[in-house]
Design a protein around this ligand. Structure first.
Ligand SMILES: *Cc1c(COP(=O)(O)O)cnc(C)c1O
Length: 367
């Protein structure tokens, strides 16, 4: 390969660029009509009543926790393996993240370990649909019902993914999506938050805009809110890409299928797609045998022209959490630790061509 294959590449075409330019030329840059129409697009596609566009996928999770009334003294269950934002937002509202180990075959929360983690302080659970594969939502919703927990789906990576014909993000009380360039469609920075209840949606839309409420044309401020707004040119960019979402997921499925059938190496454990799940393949994440030094492998692959990196973190093992909670991660979260230490995300994006895919497969088969 004489050119470098990155781990991901946002797919921005000339239509997307024109959509942004026309907003820039209109002079109306901040949250306005384009944001409103993006919210309608999401609600229509996912077949839900309410959707709110905000500045990023961390802000969506933060607002969901605030809307759910999660506060100091409360406990929130999160998988031990995710992008750090999933735990950080729990800290932001003063609550305590309670980490639960994952199932290493799906990289999602191990539903058999959830009930042991529930106490009288547990108020919510944030299942993550890691890398675009939905978590086992039937089990999670059942546990949540029994223990009266709010369910906030972190579907940052899972726009368009499905669990038994239901879209990821639409099953819990809240569903959160990220529009960061690492995800399937992007606004640069951005996020979409679904809430089942209208009162929550009203709160979210007010909180993202300084706590504003408009009453017959008169501006009032009813909360101490944030500025978590999305701009109209960001909304135009992602709206334009939205038209290609389903094709993008299809292409990613084809690439995943080829990786799954042609990567054949005893030192590599491949991800799975369980029956009745539609994986959106935001990331293709493999586990390397313990005999391979993953960090060195990242450098070696890079020298061969292939971008690869760790996929997500064992969150309780990150400095802030380790200092604060001092959890024995090897003992309590063996699967999250293994995924963090031996996991490797390899290139996955729509514009990977056949030669590049074959080259990646050949290279991985030789390690
Ligand atoms: C990307 C991501 C986030 C954060 O989204 P941002 O838009 O970058 O703030 C949160 N959770 C998960 C699982 C993610 O992958």
């Amino acid at each position: 390969m004489n050119k470098f294959i990155p781990i991901t590449k946002p797919d921005i075409n000339s239509d997307d660029i024109s959509a942004v330019v026309s907003v820039l030329e209109s002079g109306m840059l901040v949250q306005g009509k384009k944001v409103l129409s993006l919210e309608e697009k999401f609600a229509n596609f996912l077949n839900v009543d309410y959707s709110s566009a905000v500045s990023n996928g961390t802000a969506t999770l933060h607002l969901a926790l605030l809307a759910a009334g999660i506060k100091l003294g409360d406990e929130v269950i999160v998988p031990a393996f995710s992008y750090i934002a999933t735990a950080n937002v729990v800290e932001l509202v003063g609550a305590t993240p309670i980490f639960v180990d994952i199932d290493i075959s799906t990289f999602n929360i191990n539903v058999n370990l959830i009930e042991k983690a529930i106490t009288s302080k547990t108020k919510a659970i944030i299942p993550v649909h890691e890398f675009g594969l939905p978590a086992d939502m039937d089990s999670i919703l059942e546990i949540a019902k029994q223990h009266n927990l709010v369910v906030i789906e972190d579907a940052a990576c899972a726009l368009g993914a499905k669990y038994k014909n239901r879209f990821a993000g639409t099953m819990g009380d809240f569903g959160s999506f990220s529009l960061h360039p690492r995800k399937a469609i992007t606004s640069g920075e951005g996020g979409i938050l679904l809430a089942k209840k209208q009162e929550h949606t009203n709160f979210i839309k007010s909180m993202r805009n300084h706590g504003i409420e408009m009453n017959e044309g008169v501006m009032e401020f009813i909360y101490a809110g944030y500025n978590y707004r999305m701009t109209d040119f960001q909304a135009a960019l992602v709206s334009s890409q939205f038209e290609r979402l389903e094709t993008k997921i299809q292409t990613r499925q084809e690439i995943a299928k080829k990786y799954l059938s042609e990567i054949k190496n005893d030192k590599i454990k491949l991800p799975i797609q369980p029956l009745n799940y539609l994986h959106s393949w935001q990331t293709f994440h493999i586990i390397l045998d313990d005999s391979i030094n993953r960090t060195k492998m990242i450098t070696e692959l890079s020298e061969k022209g292939i971008g690869a990196n760790y996929g997500a973190q064992c969150m309780p093992y990150m400095k802030f959490y380790l200092d604060k909670y001092k959890l024995d991660c090897e003992k309590n979260f063996p699967s999250a630790m293994k995924s963090y230490k031996q996991g490797l995300a390899i290139p996955m994006y729509e514009n990977l061509d056949k030669d590049e895919i074959n080259y990646i497969i050949d290279t991985l088969n030789k390690i």
